[in-house]
Design a protein around this ligand. Structure first.
Ligand code: ADP
Ligand code: MG
Length: 702
């Protein structure tokens, strides 16, 4: 039990933090690291030995025996390969960790997907220390491992991970935003994007989880009948957290805090046994790493407490799904949030400028944002029935929309400026804060002083969604910079020129703003009228990655080269195809080995009963009908199993990833849906005692 007040004293004790570095490193080295973290300046590799030594001393004092570079490969979550510090000098055992080991490692990582890049370029992959994200200790029974956040790249510079593009996008956004501020006469040393990722998840009893091979293998239930309507209990949201979940959260938080993850908020989510954890925002690369770490901690703690944590976007059909709301903003080196209106018109026109740059970015690069969140799991949350559409739009709230609309409506810029500055811009902070009408249906919402990208899936890494968002905003800012520069050179007054650019950009991007109900059918039609893309499934969304325009965009900014996008496209499609195949195989297996045996038993009981009854002189026609219906369902199950089997057997080869993905959409998934439908009907008609899998009711209410 920790004592009151203890958290602040131990917070971050398992990280090699700036405070720790200050204690242990010579001042110039410490200052160099600080500068690297603050502005992304490259770190002098000449310091590596001393940093490595200090890091090792710190880690070994805390029981570390091993170190590892820790990175985000293109599939899966994170990867690591441990090496012991143990070395031998003249037959004597010592702990050793050199600068070069800190800076670079060469995991034998040939099994990670590279979409053919490494074989094409004959380049080996290596991991490189990311000094902007603190190293940390992961404890185990026998000691701990010094874990070094890293990137994973090829020798020819291709990004083989998710973090490299993120770091590159941060660089671009920082550069673009800095240039804009400079032009506005408010220079700053740097601009960083910030992220606070709210993590949604389910907790279920591990004993029950173990009885659901679909949950265990695919992360979701591929069969299972939805609880009757109303059973989801609307009052769960923010309700009292049950003790089991609270104990789990407490243990997770204690570990997270030691690792410097500022988890702050916890509450129940909409569905039973669904929860959310939210840390305080951080620079985006740090919070992206920390989110991976938090998920790891949750998995471990759940296991310890005989629970299972579900990060799948839709573990239960018909029940609220899970997301990872990415709260995103930009902050300058002085700590000012660029999406926060200020105390005076100067700051408020800047706010409108940055706000509209995001509108432009989301409008212009919607397909790439959509691609960045595409996965087999997230398809159940986006674009499917019982889910909001996959249309990327922005919720701005009525007041902010009104301000922009007023600006747009004015024929005479100076009149508009007067009107807005006097009635709106002066009091903008109040107006914006007032904007509490949160629209939970929007995939991308402005929430007062930040945007919230809500369509990100609960199970995925934040890195690529954030990388594309950063880059899209960088592009918008660059373009707006040119416009602003032109106007200022023409002698326009600063605020007038800024507002004029805002107006132009808003006029163009306005179709992306939608404050209404995203779940309404009319929105799909309306969005189409507005020309917004609606990429309803993963293959459609991923195709955006390889369009010429996307390649030009990503390579122009040095984030990813065209052949890297080609490779990523294939890797992500293959991952999708594999997941659908696994789900299909799992569905067949459960139907054959669980559902059918139960159904035969039920059928036998019914047939036996009917045999006894039909000899008697009583009306038993309804029972006969019931038996016939049941037998019919069993028959349909067999046919549906065969349908899935055929879909798998006739699918295009794995090597033809796009064709195979189309087949999954057109054939495999519908066949699985059909099988699920009959299995779920049987479940509703079969003796609970006979049913081989824990029901939704058991999973969600026990
Ligand atoms: P809510 O969305 O429920 O109102 P908060 O506003 O407190 O909750 O924040 C939700 C998440 O947004 C938290 O993770 C918080 O740290 C993060 N957040 C707040 N401000 C920013 C910001 N400027 N940049 C990025 N994330 C932010
Ligand atoms: Mg929120």
């Amino acid at each position: 039990m920790s004592k009151p007040g203890a958290v602040s004293e131990t917070f971050g004790c398992n990280t090699f933090s700036l405070t720790e570095m200050q204690k242990r490193l010579p001042r110039p080295i410490y200052e160099a690291i600080q500068a690297t973290i603050a502005s992304g300046e490259p770190l002098d590799t000449g310091f590596a030995d001393e940093i490595a030594h200090a890091m090792k001393e710190w880690a070994v004092e805390r029981g570390a025996t091993h170190f590892t570079h820790w990175f985000q490969p293109l599939t899966g979550a994170t990867a690591e390969k441990h090496d012991a510090f143990l070395s031998f000098v003249d037959g004597r055992a010592i702990e050793r960790f050199s600068g070069s080991q800190l800076i670079q490692a060469e995991p034998d990582a040939s099994s990670f997907p590279s979409g053919g890049m490494r074989s094409t370029f004959e380049a080996r992959g290596y991991t490189a220390w990311d000094p902007t994200s603190p190293a940390f200790l992961v404890e185990n029974e026998h000691g701990s491992t010094l874990t070094i956040p890293s990137v994973f790249v090829s020798y020819t510079g291709e990004a083989l991970d998710k973090k490299t593009p993120l770091l590159r996008s941060m660089r671009e956004l920082g550069r673009a935003a800095r240039a804009v501020l400079e032009l506005m006469g408010r220079p700053t040393k740097g601009v960083a994007s910030t992220l606070g990722a709210e993590q949604e998840y389910f907790l279920v009893h591990r004993d029950l989880f173990k009885l659901r091979p679909d949950l265990e293998v695919t992360g979701r239930t591929v069969i299972g009948t939805t609880p009757p309507k109303g059973q989801q209990m609307e009052d769960n949201y923010f309700g009292t957290i049950d003790d089991r979940a609270l104990d789990f959260m407490g243990e997770v938080e204690a570990e997270a805090w030691n690792l410097g993850i500022p988890v702050k908020t916890r509450h129940n989510e909409v569905a039973p046994h669904q929860y959310e954890a939210a840390p305080v925002f951080q620079p985006i690369n740090v919070s992206s790493d920390q989110n991976h770490l938090l998920m790891d901690i949750m998995r471990k703690v759940a296991r310890r407490r005989n629970l299972a944590v579900l990060f799948h976007e839709k573990p239960f059909a018909g029940v609220n799904g899970s997301g990872k709301h990415n709260n995103w903003s930009m902050a300058d080196a002085e700590g000012r949030n660029l999406l926060e209106p200020g105390d005076n018109p100067d700051q408020n026109v800047e706010f409108l400028f940055f706000l509209s740059s995001v509108l432009r970015a989301v409008h212009h690069r919607a397909t790439l944002l959509r691609a960045s969140i595409a996965s087999a799991g997230n398809d159940h949350r986006l674009g499917a029935n019982e889910a909001p559409p996959a249309i990327i739009s922005v919720f701005l709230g009525d007041r902010v929309t009104e301000i922009l609309d007023t600006l747009l409506a004015g024929k005479d810029v100076s009149a508009v400026q007067d009107q807005v500055i006097q009635t709106g811009i002066e009091v903008l902070p109040e107006v914006v804060k007032d904007n509490t009408d949160r629209n939970r249906t929007s995939p991308f919402a402005f929430t007062g002083n930040k945007f919230e990208f809500r369509a990100v899936g609960s199970g995925q890494s934040n890195s690529m969604p954030m990388a594309w968002l950063n880059l899209a905003v960088a592009e918008a800012l660059d373009e707006m910079w040119s416009r602003l520069k032109g106007r200022l050179e023409n002698g326009e007054e600063r605020n007038e020129a800024i507002l004029a650019v805002v107006k132009e950009v808003y006029a163009d991007a306005k179709p992306v703003v939608f404050n209404g109900n995203n779940y309404a059918d009319e929105w799909v039609t309306e969005a189409e009228r507005r020309g917004l893309p609606n990429l309803v499934n993963t293959p459609m969304a991923l195709a955006s990655l390889v369009e010429d325009e996307a390649k030009e965009f990503a390579s122009k900014y040095g984030m990813l080269q065209p052949h890297e996008l080609d490779a990523r496209y294939v890797i992500l499609l293959e991952k999708y195809n594999r997941m659908i195949d696994i789900e299909a195989v799992q569905a067949i297996r459960m139907a054959k080995t669980g559902v059918l045996p139960a159904a035969y038993a039920q059928q036998a009981v019914m047939a036996e009963a009917w045999k006894g009854v039909k000899k008697l002189d009583i009306d038993s026609s309804a029972q006969k009908e019931e038996l016939e219906t049941y037998c019919g369902l069993v028959n349909e199950t067999l046919l549906a199993i065969d349908g899935v089997r055929q879909a798998l057997a006739n699918a295009p080869d794995e090597e033809e990833a796009p064709e195979k993905a189309d087949w999954c959409v057109s054939t495999t998934i519908p066949a699985m849906d059909r099988l699920r439908e009959v299995c779920d009907t049987l479940e509703r008609r079969t003796d609970e005692e006979l049913w081989p899998f824990p029901s939704y009711h058991a999973l969600l209410f026990q």
